[in-house]
Ligand binder design. Structure first.
Ligand SMILES: [Fe+2]
Length: 280
């Protein structure tokens, strides 16, 4: 069984900047420290894109400061708020595919983990580049990875959800060629779980029979308004990360609202003791 911690949509900003009054650096740092304390035996930390808010080198170096504290190996994906070239310069050890996309694969136990690059840029022209895209080159690379997986179960990590998730505004900037993506993975039948970000909410379900999970950000979250087309709204709900446990039969998915769960758990005995003290 492998344990994978998932952080998504970190949106690190230069020092002194905030997002809706929240400090992405402080919130991610608290989350990574929490995850390493509670899950020192994790096999990976995977960050599924929007590592920074503006794709600048200063923010990537601040992210590196945090991640360098981790004894757990880290895998980084990029999202629509990232800049591929600057990212690659700041994280030169990140594996790239032969065409320079931030894509890689590795086997953990009897699972193959595939990390995709869905950034629809360059050119970095917005709002077109907010949506995700897998070009022919990246689709061909994915096809080769799925073929090489053989009998292994496959988990795919990607920033953009490849299908609608129920927020109209976000559905307009999902992976543009999600249907082609599902046609491809359907030919192999070995993808058991898809993990995405982009939405800043905890979402789970299945699409064309493949289970998926989306997690909240360590920073700002998507308001729970299923009728809104407004992409500019954010809310300061508690920060979260995901915890994936692979099994021989599928994936167990947990989420941790680590700003709430900061205290160590009390035993029944502790609780009784506290109650007794209070009564005296
Ligand atoms: Fe994001």
């Amino acid at each position: 069984m492998a344990k994978i911690i998932v952080f998504t949509d970190l949106h690190i900003v230069p020092e002194g900047k905030t997002i809706i009054g929240l400090d992405p650096y402080e919130r991610l740092l608290a989350g990574v420290e929490h995850a390493l304390r509670i899950h020192p035996n994790a096999d990976r930390i995977v960050c599924t894109g929007d590592l920074t808010n503006r794709g600048d080198a200063d923010s990537y170096s601040r992210l590196k400061e945090i991640l360098d504290r981790s004894h757990v190996p880290v895998r980084l994906l990029i999202g629509n708020h990232d800049e591929r070239e600057t990212f690659a310069q700041c994280f030169p050890d990140t594996p790239l595919d032969p065409k320079g996309f931030v894509q890689s694969a590795e086997d953990l136990g009897d699972w193959r983990m595939i990390y995709l690059d869905t950034l629809n840029a360059p050119p970095y022209v917005f709002p077109e580049a907010y949506s995700g895209y897998l070009c022919d080159s990246r689709m061909a690379w994915l096809e080769a990875q799925l073929a090489a997986a053989g009998d292994r179960k496959v988990a795919i990590f990607m920033h953009h959800p490849p299908h609608d998730i129920g927020f109209p505004g976000m559905d307009e900037i999902k992976l543009k060629n999600g249907a082609a993506f599902y046609d491809l993975i359907g030919r192999f039948g070995n993808v058991r779980h898809i993990v995405a970000g982009h939405v800043h909410r905890t979402i789970s379900g299945a699409h064309r029979g493949v289970a998926y999970s989306v997690f909240k950000s360590p920073c700002h979250q998507q308001p729970m308004n299923l009728d809104s087309h407004d992409l500019s709204l954010s809310v300061d709900e508690p920060a979260a990360y995901g915890i994936l446990l692979t099994t021989p039969h599928g994936m167990i998915v947990h989420t941790e609202d680590y700003q709430i769960a900061v205290a160590n758990a009390l035993s029944d005995q502790d609780a009784l003791g506290a109650g007794a003290d209070a009564a005296e």
